[in-house]
Design a protein around this ligand. Structure first.
Ligand code: NAP
Length: 285
């Protein structure tokens, strides 16, 4: 398969690199062309517009900020939807809301385009290591066609059902993630305020039943106050908004997530948006 890949951000670059490593022909597009050049140097073709990818590829993967960015690459005279024939499969791996995903799926279906909703669980490091978990939904035969491509970027493909169910799954995963991040942040700040040895506290957590890869990744960042973005805080804030709206649509008022949302609102107002989500510690402190 010839793969088009749009979005050379923190996640998109290593994911596209793993496709190249697996031997796929890949054409990439990024709004800011300079960010695409590292991949061109290792063999990716450079597309000058989303349309160029749609004309060339069998499938086009989107790994973009969210709905606004997706609309920007779909629409217009050089957009993905401007091709009249040989329409590729479109795979959205960005995190968006379930309602947007279902709307997009129905719009693309009317255009005769196969659409796969496939957000990911995992951050920069799993994207680099090719160990993402891919939450795929849409027509099962198309997911099957895409599965070898997904497995070049991830360690597991979870089939979630019709398009929208992958994003539904992503909402509950990121609900848990946001609560775990805030919980670890509060615990570290409290340990600091009490004058505990924070390294000893974190070592104790990581050697007991609460140990997990996520805490292992974030513990040194919290201890060293080193917030280089792996998962930018602004993206978690965007996801929390999607999560709360989705919860509301399902008749739920999530008390804990609402409290976490308040931290993120303050973090966004404090100029922390481009730091890693672990910078939530600064607001807690
Ligand atoms: P990122 O580094 O901020 O990259 C965002 C990408 O979207 C860039 O390529 C950017 O292009 C592009 N973009 C933004 N607005 C655009 C527009 N209006 N038109 C065209 N392109 C636009 O984000 P990321 O961390 O890779 O995350 C990508 C997606 O994956 C997000 O939905 C995020 O929530 C999700 N996700 C992230 C992680 C993580 O740990 N980072 C984990 C799981 C899921 P420019 O380079 O031109 O700005």
């Amino acid at each position: 398969m010839k793969i088009g890949f749009i979005g050379m951000g923190i996640m998109g670059q290593p994911m596209a690199k793993n496709l190249l490593k697996a031997g796929y022909e890949v054409m990439i597009y990024n709004r800011t062309q300079a960010k695409a050049m590292a991949l061109v140097e290792i063999g990716a073709k450079l597309g000058h517009s989303p349309k160029a990818l749609a004309e060339w590829a069998d499938a086009v993967i989107l790994m973009l900020t969210g709905p606004e960015a997706i609309e920007a690459v779909l629409d217009g005279s050089s957009g993905l939807l401007s091709v009249s024939d040989a329409k590729p499969i479109i795979v959205n791996m960005s995190t968006v809301s379930p309602s947007y995903t279902r709307d997009l799926a129905s719009r693309l279906q009317k255009e005769g385009i196969s659409f796969i909703d496939a957000p990911v669980s995992g951050s920069k490091k799993p994207a680099e290591d090719g160990t993402l978990v891919i939450l795929a939904s849409g027509p099962q035969n198309v997911v099957q066609v895409m599965t070898p491509v997904f497995l070049a970027m991830g360690k597991k493909v979870v089939y979630c059902g019709e398009a929208g169910r992958g994003t539904d799954m992503k909402m509950v995963i990121n609900l848990l993630l946001s609560v775990m991040m805030a919980g670890l942040g509060e615990a570290v700040v409290m340990a600091e305020k009490m004058g505990l040895d924070v390294q000893l506290f974190l070592d104790t957590v990581l050697s007991g039943p609460l140990a997990c890869d996520f805490f292992r990744l974030k513990a040194p960042m919290l201890q060293q106050n080193e917030f280089t973005p792996q998962f930018p805080l602004k993206h978690m804030a965007k996801d929390i908004d999607f999560i709360l709206k989705t919860a509301h649509a399902n008749g739920l008022a999530l008390q804990v997530e609402q409290a976490v949302a308040n931290y993120y609102e303050r973090a966004m107002k404090s100029g922390l948006e481009d730091m890693d989500l672990s910078a939530i510690k600064k607001v807690i402190a």
